[in-house]
Design a protein around this ligand. Structure first.
Ligand code: UDP
Length: 378
């Protein structure tokens, strides 16, 4: 069969590969001049630093199948994400761990003591935290919440933490030991030559044709047996019901002769500092040596027409609109919506790959008779 994949990010590339390996012909198009979507990486011409062009991406997963899969297409180097945060005039370690707690409170608590100490700060009247704020007050108490989460989250989401779901904070662990690994997954690493090279490797198959700088319009469906669409769900329907809300990011790029901050990611917890974080890209490739440095100051704001969508907002209003778009999509045939933008979900890379592998397999198992959503967005 002839299949069109709209979007050359992880979803499009992985599904194309599954189908091509099974003998189908896959055409992958992307409006941008490069593959990789928002994972795109590019070496800076002056410094030689591998830059995460659309912001930092660190690969971490518990899914051994996904880990094996990415290792087929890239050599992964060990990488531990150790994030720092600046707040109230000091630099602290994230995620909140024993070092953070002891430094913040000027104590020398052991693990059990720290657990009891934090539990005493926590608001135990909250039994089933629903919002980000409730989750924070229940598990770390008001002091740490104010210093590390409140301002950052207001900047990141443009919303008060009392309006955001607890699930967003549940992404971050709290540890009563000195483990400062930001993630708790078994496998973690960074592709040696960047994500774009890895995704080019996935797309490098005789059954796959890649067409860049090509925007999708629905009339291009003619001639294809099926479409996998990983662009914005509302964009597929020309925004006829309105726009799904996203946060977009602005990066203020600057270079530095030397080591600017000594780590890859420095968050800024306070609302008064206008950016959420500064990333120093050479530290994402700690096995490389570079004299010069490329850094991004990262600012978050509402995504407007023409901006690049990053984080789906998924508040009550957006969910209502999403459900209208899902109903609209269910009337279509010959198309399957996939990935972060196609299903309007906050997805990590490993989950995106898992879902793409499964969608590709589902296509093969069903002989192409695919549902509109392989994973329901709601
Ligand atoms: N967060 C925070 N302070 C921090 C880091 C994260 O308040 O220093 C909150 C923020 O709301 C963020 C969420 O925790 O959206 C999840 O953080 P994560 O680092 O997973 O976000 P990502 O790297 O995906 O932007």
């Amino acid at each position: 069969m002839d299949i069109l994949l709209v979007g050359a990010g992880l979803s499009g590339a992985v599904i194309a590969r599954v189908l091509a390996e099974a003998g189908h012909r896959a055409t992958v198009i992307d409006a941008r001049p490069h593959v990789g979507g928002n994972c795109h990486t590019e070496r800076d011409g002056d410094t030689g630093v591998m830059v995460h062009v659309y912001g930092p991406h660190i690969f971490h997963t518990d899914d051994e199948g996904v880990w094996d899969y990415v290792n087929r297409f890239a050599r992964f180097r060990p990488y531990r994400n150790r994030v720092k945060t600046t707040s109230q005039g000091q630099v602290y370690s994230l995620p909140i761990n024993l070092h953070t707690i002891n430094q913040f409170y000027g104590r020398t608590l052991r693990p059990d003591e720290a657990r009891a100490f934090i539990e005493a700060q926590a608001d135990r009247s909250i039994s089933d935290p629903q919002t980000f704020e409730e989750q924070a007050l229940r598990f770390v108490g008001p002091d740490l919440y104010e210093a590390f989460f409140k301002g950052y989250t207001i900047k990141q989401w443009g919303l008060h933490p009392s309006e955001l779901p607890a699930a967003i904070l549940k992404r971050l662990p709290v540890r009563f030991n000195y483990d400062d690994n930001y993630f708790f997954h078994r496998f973690q690493g960074m592709p040696e030559e960047g994500y774009t090279a890895m995704i080019e490797g996935i797309l490098d198959h005789p059954g796959i044709t890649v067409d860049l700088n090509r925007s999708f319009t629905r009339d291009q469906a003619a001639g294809f047996d099926h479409i996998f669409y990983s662009g914005p769900l509302d964009g597929y329907f020309d925004y006829e019901l309105g726009r799904l809300g996203y946060r977009t990011l602005d990066f203020e790029r600057f270079t530095y002769d030397g080591d600017y901050q000594g780590c890859a990611v420095m968050n800024y917890g306070e609302e008064e500092v206008p950016y959420t974080r500064i990333t120093e890209h050479k530290h994402f490739s700690p096995w490389e040596e570079h004299d010069g440095s490329v850094c991004y100051r990262e600012f978050s704001r509402a995504c407007d027409e023409g901006d690049i969508p990053y984080y789906p907002i998924r508040q009550v209003r957006e969910k209502a609109l999403l459900s209208d778009y899902v109903a609209r999509a269910e009337t279509e045939s010959g198309v399957t919506f996939v990935g972060r933008l196609g299903t309007y979900r906050y997805l990590d890379m490993d989950v995106t790959i898992r879902e793409a592998l499964d969608a590709g397999q589902m296509f093969l198992a069903k002989g192409g008779d695919m549902p509109v959503f392989a994973v329901p967005p709601l």
